[in-house]
Design a binder for this molecule. Structure first.
Ligand code: HAM
Length: 412
C-alpha cells in the first residue's frame, strides 16, 4: 500500500500541475457499455455476470466508456473543454504476465472538446512529466506515436468499406502477437483483398515522417497532424521522448486519430501506458460526436521498470515521536502529550501496552523514529518528560511546553 499510495500521489501531483480535475465512476457498470463488435480482446476479457435483477453487468475493464457516458449525461451543462483525470481499479480476464494482471489500477487523463493535436501534446507532456518526476529518463523510456488516419487513408486507397475501419484496426494491432499470415486471413474475412492487406501491412514498417509523407502525400491529414504534434513537442521540450512508429495501432476499437504507447527501450516489458484520440465514441452511445483524447497508465509495468532501474523509493513510515509511559498510571498524561504533539503536526506512535524499556528502544529503532519521549513520575512531578534523540543518542529532561514549542517550530 505504501508503494501504491506513493505512485498515486505522483499521478495526482502531475494531474494537478496540468490543471486537471479528478473524477471517478462506478466499478460495476452495465455490460453493454463495454461490448463493442470489432472483436477487441478487452470485450472478450470482461468480468461479466448477471445480477439479482437479471441485468447483464460487468466490472469495468477500463474507464473511458464510463467517462464518455458521464460527459453525455451532463450534455450542454458541461462547458468544454473538459480536462479530467481518474485513478481507478480495472479488471480484465487476461493471461497474467509480467506487468499484466487480472486486477490493476489505471491513471487516466482525458481532454474533451479540443479537436487539434494541442490536446495530445498536453497529455504526452503530462506522461513525460511523470516519468521525469520518478527519475526515468528518455534513455529508459520512449513514446511511440502514430495516427489511425494512416490506416484510414490506406483503407480508402484500397477501397475497403469504411464500416470495417475499427475491426481492421483491431486485427492489424495483432501483428506482433500472431503471424502475418493469420492477420492476412482475418483481414480477408473482413473483406480486405490480398493486395490491400499486403499494402496495409507493409505500410506498418514505416518509421519516419518523411517516409510516411512519401507514401501518403504532403496533403495527408495524418502527416500534417503528426508533423504539428512533433513540432509542438519540440516547443514544450520533450520531443526526444517521442518516436514515430507506423506499427502502433492499438487494440481498442474507438480510436480515430493519434495513437501512442509508452515503451521501455530495453524492450523487456509490455506497454507502460497507452492512449489516443477517440472523436466518435460519444456518438456510439447515442450522443453528439465530441473531440476527445486521453490515455491510461497502469500501476504494474511502471513498478517493474522502477524496480529494474533501482528507482523504487524506500517509503519508510516517518515517525517523529514515540511516546512511552514508563508506568501505567501515567497513561492519561501520555495521552495528553501525544495529543499536543499531534496537534503540532507531528507523527506520533503511542505505545499502547505495558512494555519494558528495552522493548521500547528496539521498537523505536525498528520504526526509525526520530525521538523517544519517556514519561516517568519523578520527571512528570517536575512538569517534565525525558526526550531521547534516537540518532544522536542524546537525552534531556524538558518541560512539556518546551517540547511542544520545539515540535511546532520543527513543523513550520
Ligand atoms: P489500454 O491500452 O487497454 O487502454 O490500457 C492502458 C494501460 O493500462 C496499459 O498501457 C497498461 O499500463 C494498463 N493495463 C491495461 N491492462 C492491464 C492489465 N491487465 N494489468 C496491468 N495493467 C494493465 C485503455 O484502457 C484506454 N481506456 C486508455 C485511454 C484513456 N484511452 C483514452 N483515454
Amino acid at each position: 500500500m505504501r508503494l501504491r499510495s506513493w505512485l498515486f500521489q505522483q499521478f495526482r501531483e502531475v494531474s494537478r500541475l496540468f490543471a486537471f480535475e479528478e473524477v471517478d465512476f462506478p466499478v460495476l457498470e452495465s455490460e453493454a457499455l463495454f461490448v463493442r463488435k470489432a472483436g477487441e480482446e478487452i470485450t472478450q476479457q470482461l468480468y461479466n455476470f448477471e445480477d439479482k435483477g437479471g441485468r447483464r453487468v460487468s466490472l469495468r475493464p477500463e474507464l473511458t466508456p464510463s467517462l464518455a457516458r458521464l460527459v453525455l449525461q451532463k450534455g450542454k451543462a458541461l462547458p468544454l473543454p473538459v480536462k479530467w483525470f481518474a485513478i481507478g481499479q480495472c479488471w480484465r480476464y487476461e493471461r497474467m504476465t509480467r506487468g499484466r494482471r487480472r486486477e490493476h489500477y489505471q491513471w487516466n487523463m482525458d481532454i474533451l472538446g479540443i479537436p487539434g493535436v494541442e490536446a495530445e501534446v498536453e497529455l504526452l507532456s503530462a506522461i513525460v512529466t511523470f516519468f521525469k518526476k520518478v527519475g526515468i529518463s528518455s534513455n529508459d523510456v520512449g513514446i511511440k506515436i502514430s495516427s489511425r488516419k494512416v490506416l484510414q487513408s490506406l483503407l480508402e486507397r484500397f477501397e475497403v468499406p469504411p464500416g470495417s475501419f475499427a475491426a481492421v484496426c483491431v486485427v492489424v494491432d495483432k501483428v506482433e502477437k500472431i503471424t502475418r499470415k493469420e492477420v492476412e486471413e482475418e483481414l480477408l474475412k473482413l473483406g480486405v483483398l490480398k493486395d490491400a492487406a499486403d499494402g496495409i501491412l507493409n505500410a506498418l514498417s514505416v518509421r519516419s515522417l518523411t517516409e510516411l509523407e512519401g507514401l501518403l502525400g504532403t496533403e495527408s491529414e495524418a502527416v500534417r497532424d503528426l508533423k504539428q504534434l512533433f513540432s509542438l513537442a519540440n516547443g514544450y521540450g520533450f520531443a526526444d521522448w517521442l518516436v514515430f512508429d507506423a506499427s502502433v495501432v492499438r487494440g481498442l476499437a474507438y480510436y480515430t486519430g493519434t495513437v501512442f504507447e509508452g515503451f521501455d527501450k530495453e524492450g523487456k516489458l509490455r506497454a507502460i501506458c497507452g492512449g489516443g484520440r477517440y472523436d466518435r465514441l460519444l456518438s456510439t452511445f447515442g450522443g453528439e460526436d465530441t473531440p476527445a483524447c486521453g490515455f491510461g497508465f497502469g500501476d504494474a509495468v511502471i513498478v517493474e521498470l522502477l524496480k529494474d532501474r533501482g528507482l523504487l523509493p524506500s517509503l519508510q513510515q516517518e515517525i517523529d515521536f514515540i511516546v512511552f509511559p514508563l508506568e501505567e498510571v501515567l497513561r492519561p498524561q501520555a495521552g495528553l502529550v501525544t495529543t499536543k504533539l499531534r496537534e503540532a503536526g507531528c507523527v506520533v506512535e503511542l505505545i499502547l501496552e505495558s512494555k519494558k524499556m528495552k522493548w521500547a528502544f528496539k521498537h523505536a529503532e525498528r520504526l526509525q523514529a526520530k525521538q523517544l519521549v519517556l514519561l516517568g513520575s519523578s520527571e512528570w512531578e517536575r512538569g517534565c518528560v525525558r526526550v531521547k534523540n534516537l540518532s544522536s543518542r542524546e537525552e534531556e529532561d524538558i518541560s512539556i511546553d518546551e517540547l511542544i514549542t520545539k515540535a511546532n517550530t520543527s513543523k513550520e
